[in-house]
Design a binder for this molecule. Structure first.
Ligand code: HXC
Length: 257
């Protein structure tokens, strides 16, 4: 597969997707969304890839959906084209995905980062949902995921005023897992993804599914699902190997990694 708006590179068991439209600060055009989805699905289907890193440049993760592409669209066209549905498909990828975010993560850029499973932020990262200033609201899940991540008060304030949040506040608010110096961002994210990729892939997929269920189900249902999921782990060779390795005081040699 050849891409024109992203770069892909595999490092060991980590698949990297780099948004590469610097002249537009990585504004997310429809074509770019399709490329990101194609690349992510290819990694998802590859047993040789155990985790994905999605990143941009040190200046911008992504400055939003492509305003120039959207501006003249009618409501009817958006319905007919099912605009933004590519991002729903990206959220269905089962392989763990880490967003390494530096610089602007605005509008759709912030939403894309939140579609990933967790965010590692550079100290210069800036998160915001400034759509209100354009006369619209987020359309890639931002109103839902930001609210779940940082709570109603901050999500309301950000979405209603368009205020941007720096990395330190983002960490304090639970939007990002960790903040690192911008120069160390990509290596840190790849190292983190490599740890994930060293585990059993069906089990990391199971862990991701369990956590995601917490956002979809009442507690008792979620706990029931978790129980079924851990029982299913016991049907996998990697559970036998992981526990045997512990008892034999040696590193686990997972078969499915
Ligand atoms: C299209 C964009 C863009 C975007 C930047 N560019 N953001 N093009 N869509 N979202 C383009 C600029 O037009 C410019 O191109 C080039 O990238 C460099 O940007 P500058 O503005 O010159 O850079 P700077 O002065 O450093 O300002 C950076 C910035 C600003 C603060 C990030 O670019 C900005 O405010 N961008 C828009 C942020 C935003 O509103 N995002 C939300 C989009 S709506 P030219 O050709 O002029 O040099 C969204 C949700 C959609 O994402 C869902 C609702 C429908």
């Amino acid at each position: 597969e050849t891409y024109s708006l992203i770069l892909t590179e595999q490092r060991g068991r980590v698949g990297i997707i780099t948004l590469n439209r610097p002249e537009a600060l990585n504004a997310l055009s429809d074509a770019m969304g399709q490329e990101i989805l194609t690349a992510a699905k290819a990694y998802d289907a590859d047993p040789g890839v155990g985790a994905i890193v999605i990143t941009g440049s040190s200046r911008a993760f992504a400055a939003g959906a492509d305003i120039k592409e959207m501006a003249a669209k009618s409501s009817v066209e958006m319905y007919q084209l099912d605009w933004f549905s590519v991002w729903d498909a990206l959220a269905q990828v089962r392989t763990p995905m880490v967003a390494a975010v530096a610089g602007h993560a605005l509008g759709g850029g912030c939403e894309l980062a939140m579609i990933a499973d967790f965010i590692i932020a550079a100290d210069n990262a800036k998160f915001g949902q400034p759509e209100i200033k354009l006369g619209v609201i987020p359309g890639m899940g931002g109103s839902q995921r930001l609210t779940r991540a940082i709570g109603k008060a901050k999500a309301m304030e950000m979405m209603l005023t368009g205020r941007v949040m720096g990395a330190e506040e983002a960490e304090r608010s639970g939007l990002v897992a960790r903040v690192v110096p911008v120069d160390a961002l990509l290596e840190d994210a790849i190292a983190t993804a490599a740890i994930i990729a060293s585990m059993s892939k069906p089990v990391t997929m199971t862990a991701k599914a369990a956590i995601n269920a917490a956002f979809e189900t009442p507690l008792a249902e979620g706990v029931k699902l978790e129980r079924h999921l851990i029982f299913s782990c016991f049907a996998m060779e990697d559970q036998k190997e992981g526990m045997a390795a512990f008892m034999e005081k040696r590193p686990a040699e997972f078969k499915h990694r």
